[in-house]
Design a protein around this ligand. Structure first.
Ligand code: ATP
Ligand code: MG
Length: 191
């Protein structure tokens, strides 16, 4: 079986007008199924850039990314979107929850657009809410939640589709030790 993620000679240079910011250069690595990998580096070293590239949210300047042997660049935009929604769970550095929906609404929407045929697994939802300590907060909108609670809702949203890949950008950045441990345990358990 091919690795679940394979990056070859990956490079990204941001361009705005004449300005060029080389964010990543010649990145090579692969991740096998079930592996739990952390990418560490100082602020500005390109971690978020790599996250966007691996999720197909932005295009590489050089090199290729294969997910489960499929080259992202070979897919059409709509194929890439479909693939992303059903196979990849994103936990963004800034959560990206929709402000007009409740926590539960955010989680349900992610499930609805995944294209999965089976109805959302309510047991999994209960389990995630319990583990992430957000059970009593599901009816609230993001602006009524603390930063850490928003982050944990974003994590539940990423895991509800049982994606084959979970990409998390600083998922414990806003959490205290107890909740960080719970989140890491949750991510490990789902890998
Ligand atoms: N849209 C953009 N246009 C231009 N430069 C960008 C853009 N996004 C990021 N950069 C630059 O690319 C480099 C890598 O940024 P990135 O956000 O990937 O770093 P990071 O490792 O995630 O940092 P942090 O730990 O602070 O989140 C930085 O120098 C940043 O200023
Ligand atoms: Mg970042």
């Amino acid at each position: 079986m091919p690795p679940i993620i394979q990056a070859q000679n990956l490079g990204k240079t941001y361009r705005s007008g004449k300005l060029e910011v080389p964010a990543l250069r010649n990145v090579n690595f692969s991740v096998e199924r079930g592996e739990f990998v952390a990418i560490v580096g100082p602020s500005g070293s390109g971690k978020s850039t790599l996250f966007y590239l691996l999720g197909g949210l932005t295009q590489a300047t050089h090199g290729s990314i294969k997910i489960d042997g499929v080259d992202f660049a070979q897919l059409s935009d709509s194929e890439r979107t479909r693939f992303r929604r059903s196979h990849i769970g994103f936990i963004f550095q800034r959560f990206n929850l929709l402000p007009t929906l409740s926590a539960l609404g955010n989680i349900e929407l992610a499930y609805d657009i995944s294209g999965l045929k089976a109805p959302m697994d309510r047991h999994l939802l209960d389990h995630l809410a319990e583990m992430l300590n957000i059970k009593g907060r599901l009816e609230h909108r993001p602006n009524e939640l603390s930063g850490g609670e928003q982050q944990r809702v974003a994590i539940a949203r990423a895991l509800i589709t049982r994606p084959s890949i979970v990409l998390a950008d600083e998922p414990t950045g806003n959490l205290d030790t107890k909740n960080s441990d719970a989140v890491l345990a949750m991510l490990r358990q789902s890998s």
